[in-house]
Each structure stands twice: as structure tokens, then as C-alpha cells.
Design a protein. Structure first.
Length: 161
């Protein structure tokens, strides 16, 4: 692994952050930053990893998690959708999409993705994670004021006869 340092005014502003050209190293560093709740730094590092390795589902998944924690919802959704696209049989991209939709209050989309995650789960622990989120949504649903979810467009009224 070759580490280079930027030169000029940018390096002073970034405190001489090394340029790392290995996507796996950046991914590990990004995940470590997520675990330490340093989401802004993690999103930056994982963005670099995505540029180096645009075909990695795991990198997009980690980036989506970091962006979701920063409440950059559209970007998080895009990254998680890309992770799900790159790994069609993956449990965690769909689980995280369901979790994201649950957090922003889109229960219909959340349940769709959580059901897909349930179908793709490989063990009891994964199924338990999905069940916990669905139970939490059921509790919230009992207190929720009904609002249209627009899963079906407005129905036409029958004209009076």
C-alpha cells in the first residue's frame, strides 16, 4: 500500500490526510469510523472507496449507513439501493433500506424491504432483527394518525345516478 500526502493549501486544511488508494483499506477505515460514531468522516472515506471500487455492495452498504446516520436521506437511499442492486441475494442492503424507510416514516416501503430481507435471511438471528423492526412499527402504528401512503392513487368517485 502506497501512502502519499497532498501538498499545497488543501493539505493544510485537511491536516495532511494521507491519500489511500486501496478500496479495502478505506472500507475498513470507514466501518471503524461508523463504529466510533464519526459519520461525516466515514461518509467521506467511504465515498473515496466507492470511487475506487464502484462494484462493491459492501462499500455502498456502509456508505448508505453513514449517510443515513447523517440524515442525508436521499443519498443514503441511493447508496442502499445500489448495494441491493449489486447484491440481489443480500439480506443487509434490504434490511437497512427497510430500517431507513421506517426511520423516515414510510411504513409501506419499509415493510416491502423488510419482507424481502426476511425472504433472503439465512439464519434465526437475521429473522429476529426483521421481526424486531416490524414489531416496533406495529407499536408505532397503534399510535399513528392515519395518513395516506399513496401506494394506490386516488380512486375515482362514481358519478351519482
Amino acid at each position: 500500500m502506497e501512502v502519499q500526502f497532498e501538498t499545497g493549501a488543501e493539505s493544510v486544511a485537511k491536516r495532511s490526510t494521507p491519500i489511500i488508494r486501496d478500496a479495502q483499506v478505506l472500507l475498513r477505515r470507514g466501518i471503524d469510523l461508523i463504529e466510533r460514531n464519526r459519520f461525516e468522516e466515514a461518509a467521506s472515506v467511504l465515498g473515496q472507496a466507492v470511487e475506487l471500487e464502484p462494484g462493491s455492495s459492501t462499500t455502498f452498504l456502509a456508505l448508505g449507513i453513514a449517510l443515513g446516520r447523517l440524515l442525508r436521506i436521499p443519498e443514503a437511499e441511493e447508496a442502499l439501493e445500489k448495494a441491493a442492486e449489486l447484491d440481489p441475494k443480500g439480506f443487509y442492503p434490504r434490511y437497512r433500506l427497510g430500517e431507513l424507510y421506517m426511520r423516515v416514516g414510510v411504513p409501506t416501503a419499509a415493510r416491502e424491504h423488510l419482507q424481502a430481507a426476511m425472504d433472503l435471511s439465512h439464519n434465526a438471528e437475521e429473522r429476529s432483527l426483521v421481526r424486531q423492526l416490524l414489531a416496533l412499527d406495529d407499536k408505532r402504528g397503534a399510535k399513528r394518525i392515519w395518513r395516506p401512503d399513496f401506494s394506490r392513487l386516488f380512486r375515482r368517485r362514481k358519478p351519482p345516478q
